[in-house]
Each structure stands twice: as C-alpha cells, then as structure tokens.
Design a protein around this ligand. Sequence first.
Ligand code: RIB
Length: 342
Amino acid sequence: MAGPGTPSMKDVAARAGVSLGTVSNVLNKPDRVSVQTRDRVRAAIEQLGFVRNETARQLRSGHSRTLAYVALDSGNPFFTDVAEGVQDAAEASGLAVFLCNSREDGGRQDFYLDMLEQQRVEGILITPTDNATDRLDRVRKRGIPVVVVDRDAGPDFCSVTVDDVAGGELAATHLLEAGHRKLAYIGGPMTIGQAADRLTGARKAVAAVPGAELVVLETAALNVAEGRRAGERLAGLPGSRRPTAAFCANDLLALGLLQRMVRLGLDVPGDLAIVGYDDIEFAEAAAVPLTSVSQPRHLLGRTAAELLLDEAASDPAKHRHRQVVFSPELVVRASTALRPGT
Ligand code: RIB
C-alpha cells in the first residue's frame, strides 16, 4: 500500500469527491466512467501526484503487466531481432517485456524461469537451451503460459520455428551445385536443436550426391570465437583432406571462420566457400559478403508473442496449441561462388 506521505487511492477519491471504486474504474476500466467524472479523478491524480502501486495491483490481479522472453544468446543479433518482434506485439497490448539471456546455459535458464514465476509475468517466451519441456510444463501448470520460440517443443506447446532441416539442406545443396564435394559442417553443441537439425538437412543433401562427403566440426558454442577456432582446425588439415566449403550453423560462426581465413591469407570463396545461417545485418556487411540462410527474425518474435497473448487470454480447457513453421530462404552473396571449371 502507499507509504507515509505518498498519496493513496483514498486521497484521490476524497479530492475528487468520488468513491474508491470509481477511482479504480478510472484506472482500470475508464469506459465505465462518465467523461466528467473521469476528468475530475484524473485532475485529482495530477494535483496529488498519485502513482498507482503496481505491486499492490499485481497482488490483487495475480499477474504483472509484463511478458518475458528468455533468449539463448543476447550477444547474437538474431535474438535481438526476434526480441524486437516480441516487444512490438507486447507493447501493442500495453505490456512491457523482460528480456533474459540464458547464454546457452541450462542452470541460468532455470534461474530466470524461477525468477519470472515469482514475478508472476503474464507469459513466458523462450528459446530453450535443450529439451526443457518438463521444466516448461511445470511453469505452465502453475498458471503461466509458455510459448517456445525457434524450437519445436511438440504438440503440447505453442511454438514458432523455421524449418531448420530444410535450411540445412538449402545451404548444402547450394554448395554441391557450385561444384563442391568435400564439405564441412561447423556448429554445436548438438544439444541445441537448431544446430542438430541444420546438420540433419546438410547430411540429407550430401547423401544425395555420389562422391560428396561432409566432415563435422562440432563447436562448444554458436559464436564468433568458436568460428575462429574452427578456422584454425580447417587450415591445419593437409590440403588433400581440407574441405573446399563450409556450412556454419549460424552467421556468428561463419563470421569468425571468415575472419580467420582472411587472417591466414586464405581466399574466400577460392580456398574456402562459406555459408552462414540467420542472415543477420552483419552478414551482408562482412569483408566478403556472406551467403546465408535467412530467417524471418522479427516475424518469429511477433508471431510468438501473439500466440502467447492469445493463450494467456484463453480458457486453458478450450485452448488449442499451435505450431507455426516458417520456411528459410537462401541469400547468395560473394562468400560462395561456382568452383573454377564448373
Ligand atoms: O543461437 C542459436 C541459433 O539458432 C541462432 O543463431 C539462430 O540461428 C537460432 O535459430
């Protein structure tokens, strides 16, 4: 309740000459109050400097006016683009958004889920670090809807994803059609479903071309530093065993690999063609503009938030979970090119 000296709803009611219930309606259901009364109450709020006590309101209603998005890596522009889509949909409904960063760590993810439950947020959007469906189911059973972003979580959750198997197949097919037969896949850890699904798609494409082979360089994370390390590993292979093309699980890995290739004096695409994934803004701006599998990042976030708001407003007994799947697209740039003689 209001502290000593801070004006309360009772003070506003007394100043405006109305009941406490009328002040509450002006704050929460203004269409139930006449314009004259509404203006009188708002004038009293202004004169007294009253600020509604969100904590008290939250205790009464059981929920705060916020959504939360737990991203996998807020250092990756992919997730900041997704988060903007979430914010646009949430703000259109008068809700704020807590942005949390699990940094691909399950323990940190659980910490944020616990904190968000205590904050009684209206709903949680999450790109999980691994198969967290049991943990997310417990959150939902305690009354907070959950929508999974960028991962398929099965029929018991609303989710919004891009078909990553198709995306991996797109990337590898592009390299095979450019004449490459010795490809590398750079990505991981494979507990991250996106990395595993993209590899599945690449394997499918390679298996369809006689004589083609795919070497997998699993990484500890999906970031620039791991891309640079993969570049060291590739450059260290004898020429006869070195792939002529690399498909990276995301653009950050591809940018790190590209940076290392340039640092080692190797040509991209001449010595190594590179394909990334996400088509973040820096893909096109790279020293050698990056071919990348594009994802509709803002649309992913906005669609996921709209599903969450729909579920939060629904009767749980009548709500039907939806799994929305978008298709990836390949954006071809200078980091891949036809091999000489093809
Ligand atoms: O961080 C994991 C990756 O999966 C991101 O780069 C993006 O591609 C997401 O789908």
